[in-house]
Design a protein around this ligand. Structure first.
Ligand SMILES: Cc1cc2nc3c(=O)[nH]c(=O)nc-3n(C[C@H](O)[C@H](O)[C@H](O)COP(=O)(O)OP(=O)(O)OC[C@H]3O[C@@H](n4cnc5c(N)ncnc54)[C@H](O)[C@@H]3O)c2cc1C
Length: 489
């Protein structure tokens, strides 16, 4: 196939282009917006300054970081307690007004876009850490607490525990539960599905449900935690989350290694996994992404597919793990293997990975990210990436690839010009074909970002008759369809 990404590099030196994010200064209701007067009369006096119809607030809540929308809610409300969430849900049900939960708006599939207007319920003031049990290694937080806030709190307590799921953005834990987020260290610590012990949620009928206690395991009845985690605000408003914490590693080391080909990089990764090396992070950047970050962050990484590793453990364990990975990568033709335990040096090694998303947007000034998110069994990863690279030949938008390679999850980030319908149609068609390949290889259309608005048309292809079961669940739990309508199904 030669080098299908070769043409893509021409983008790196092309002049940056400008675009706009879409004009949201004159906020207008969507044509489908419901009559809002009853809800306004009910909630505005109760919530005072925590209820807003101001254009700036509506605009701020009209979309997430994706290309979806913007479509503003008719008002935004900031509850602080579960009781207040019940009041809001009851009012929305009574007045038949859609309700869109909002965490920090960092998601990438348009889940917070108010496609049919309605009320946005912003959880950012539900920011109380309810309880921490360091010796049980769990914590309960209100939905609006962000992961960094929780980790700062745990560090201040001098507890030897931290919350490991890291989606890159400082997202709310309620939003992370709602999207079942994961990120760079899922290969060791799992995803939100693995880390959420229970949630408290307000259901569409106004009832408050706590899905489980703090026990590490339970088989008591249907698994409502699993149902609500990843439900993207369509089945209930999550008000509290109880999380499994992890022990702070005594030592951390990081390593970086370049490879001739993506195939060699993936084979090395598989050998590391099969060898039982407890890797904490394992991230792949293709050469286009490497060139983008070199340019964006002034780095000089060799222009080749590169894997970033991180090891957690005791002082001796991280050295042992780094050396073992060094031997495996050498066996696959890995070059320029560098590793470090010193924090500053580690950060320097990982900077290229951390800057990846913004480096891609930096390729085109004013662009917004269109992100694909397929995940396949790890042994199918090389094939999935090869097919993806083939699909990218001739694409008119730069298209670097990076991925959480230890999980078989990878992304193409297209920095598209907002408002350019032809460009959007082009990357959407490519994205659909990449998703088809992933499904053919036994994978999924979304490993971590969710269905939101952007992947609904793929759900049937992925789940077949299972989609009808999902519709029945939605119908049973939210018969009036007030919770985040237009998403997932
Ligand atoms: C630079 C960058 C890197 C990222 N990397 C990753 C990554 O590696 N892995 C990953 O998984 N994600 C990643 N993301 C995406 C994003 O951070 C996650 O999807 C995150 O979980 C969203 O949380 P949020 O609080 O911003 O939710 P929002 O964007 O506010 O909402 C997301 C969805 O959840 C619903 N929701 C929010 N709060 C609640 C609630 N309390 N109850 C019910 N529903 C709710 C919303 O209605 C919406 O459907 C990245 C984002 C950025 C900007």
């Amino acid at each position: 196939m030669g080098d299908p990404q070769e043409w893509n590099r021409t983008w790196i030196t092309a002049p940056v282009m400008s675009g706009d994010r879409g004009d949201t200064s004159n906020v207008t209701d969507t044509p489908d917006a419901p009559d809002f007067s009853g809800l306004l009369e009910t909630l505005a006096p109760q919530f005072g300054e925590r209820f807003s119809t101001a254009d700036a607030d509506r605009t701020r809540h009209a979309t997430d970081v994706s290309h979806h929308g913007p479509s503003p809610p008719q008002a935004v409300c900031w509850p602080v307690t579960t009781r207040e969430v019940v009041t809001i849900v009851d009012a929305c049900r009574q007045h038949r007004v859609p309700l869109v939960p909002f965490g920090t708006g960092t998601a990438v599939e348009g889940g917070v876009v108010a496609v049919t207007g309605g009320l946005c319920l912003d959880t950012s003031r539900m920011d109380r850490i309810v309880a921490v049990h360091p010796r049980d290694m769990d914590a309960t937080v209100q939905a609006g607490v962000t992961r960094e806030q929780l980790n700062r709190h745990l560090a201040e307590l001098s507890s030897a525990v931290f919350f490991p799921v890291d989606p890159g953005a400082d997202a709310s834990l309620g939003g992370m539960a709602a999207t079942s987020a994961s990120g760079t260290n899922a290969v060791r610590y799992g995803t939100m599905r693995d880390r959420v012990l229970s949630v408290e949620a307000v259901m569409a009928d106004g009832s408050v449900v706590r899905t489980a206690g703090r026990a590490r395991k339970t088989v008591a009845g249907y698994d409502l935690t699993a149902l609500l985690v990843g439900s993207e605000g369509t089945l209930g408003v999550i008000t509290e989350v109880t999380l499994r914490l992890a022990a702070v590693p005594r030592a951390i080391s990081s390593a970086v290694c370049g490879f001739e080909t993506i195939e060699a990089a993936v084979e090395a990764v598989i050998d590391c996994l099969v060898a039982g090396i407890p890797l904490a992070r394992m991230e792949l950047l293709d050469e286009v992404q490497i060139e983008a970050v070199n340019r964006y962050s002034g780095l000089d990484n060799a222009l080749q597919p590169t894997v970033f590793f991180e090891f957690h453990g005791s002082d001796s364990a991280v050295v042992e793990q780094s050396e073992a990975v060094g031997r495996i990568t050498t066996g696959h033709g890995g070059t320029d293997f560098r590793w470090a335990t010193d924090e500053a040096e580690r950060n320097r090694l990982w900077q290229a990975r951390h800057d990846g998303y913004y480096a891609t947007l930096g390729l085109r000034e004013g662009s917004t990210g269109y992100v694909t998110d397929v995940c396949v069994p790890v042994t199918a990863l090389a094939e999935a990436i090869a097919r993806t690279r083939h699909e990218l030949i001739g694409c008119s938008v730069p298209s670097p690839i990076f991925g959480h390679v230890g999980d078989g999850n990878f992304h193409v980030v297209f920095p598209i010009r907002p408002g350019d319908a032809a460009e959007l149609a082009e990357v959407q068609a490519i994205s659909d074909r990449i998703a088809e390949h992933a499904l053919d290889l036994g994978g999924t259309t979304t490993g971590e970002h969710g269905i939101g608005l952007g992947k609904r048309h793929l759900l049937e292809r992925e789940h077949g008759a299972g989609v009808e079961v999902m519709r029945s669940i939605k119908q049973a739990l939210d018969p009036l369809g007030i919770l985040n309508p237009g998403k997932v199904l």
